[in-house]
Unconditional design. Sequence first.
Length: 498
Amino acid sequence: MMLRTCYFSTVVGNKTSFFLRKNNGVLKRNHNKNYNKLSAYFSSEDNSTDNKNGHHNRNLKQTNPPNWPRDEDIRKAANPHWREEAADDLLERGSAALLNNKYNDAADCFRESLHVIGKVDELKFSASAKNSLNALGIIHLLRGDLTLARERLDHAFKLQDNISKSGFGDDSFRDRAGLLNDYAALEMHDGNLDAAFKLLKQCSYTIGRAHKISNLSHSVTFANMGEYFYLTGEFDSSVTYFEKSCLHLRECSDGGNVRDFLGSNIRATVQTSMAKSLRSNLLKLDNESKTNDDDIQLANDVELQTCRTLLSEASYGLDNDSGKLNYIYIRSQQASLAWVLNEHEEARDYFFDAYFTSLKIKDQGVVDNEIFLIAQNNASLFHHDVNEAEKLLTSCLDILEVETIPSKIERMNVIKNVVQHNLHVLKQSKSSENCSICNDSIPSNSKLLLQPYCESFQVDTNSKLLKLNHSNYILGSGIIANPRASEFSFSGNNNNAL
């Protein structure tokens, strides 16, 4: 009797299993490896449920469903990451607000970013929280609240230390270097120059050991080091470090347009500070020599022209819409140079430009009074109307009387002494053509190097007026949007991670 045979096939995965049906109704299967694997994958039982021939036992019920993650578990695992992403978005919004000189909006964004992350005190190494704390520290520094600034930067340092120890930091150590620079600026602002110098040396050593060299970090560190030497009166060293900063900045891609966290052009800041140190050094030489030596005069003339070139390049493309703090700084230094060059009308215009810009910032209530008071004092020195100049100085004293922040008392006292001296000179000049000012009336302080730095200008043979300089630092270079180093990425929200 002939056997009738039919073939048919089914597809399992990308393989084909062939089945042979014979007339006795017995089904034989030619199994392949993929079929067995797929069958085992959908099974809730272990290998003991298969028979000796490797066939799945169909008589057993699937009592255990696949162990898929629950929605609650997914939300619990992803929630910290969503929070950090939202915090990063708020940090970017705050940074954009700073670029538009909206300091109040920026501060609100930074505070909200910390609120979004959650219990920041329980975090061990969240770069998002570190960036937000660093940004808030900068805002408090600008507003003159050094106590709050120190608290925020201290907290940011703890997070950064843990990040660095875990090996999840930036390859060029830019995150740590930026924070060290900001803390050094805080110490200089507070008059703790020795502590600032140690931090800057530590920063220089750190970035020098990085696997990936960052020219920007080198440039920022050398620029702030130059400002430190300016405050200590070592003007030659100050100029040297500013030159080093410019050299490293040239190695950066598009280094001429790199801006700091406040929106100030870094190249313009460094060049302006270098011109300030050069000019201060010339004034020092002139005061010490007390001679009309032709060689010294020639050298001074050359350096003054160098200052003019540096400030011309720094002010190129400068406008009131970006980097307002930098704008005030550059205009003030241009005015000081113009005065030294006996270009008094030009000096007056620059000083008043800086003053009116600072007045706009003060009216917005976003920046410390110190910058405004410095600009107002300097503008009063070059006012055509003596009575109006007296009003400006009196206004400065009125503002100083209500300054109560403890961390600013010493700095405010420096400004107060300078303003009182200038007001005394002004009143004497109104009552007598030949006023004589005793040297004891010139402000003296045990912390003579404490900011703001004052310079004397000879008005006539008997009188001297004091002009104030405010220092300018490059801030926020460590606030970067690298892939986040987060405890949520590898250990969960574990408070005992380190």
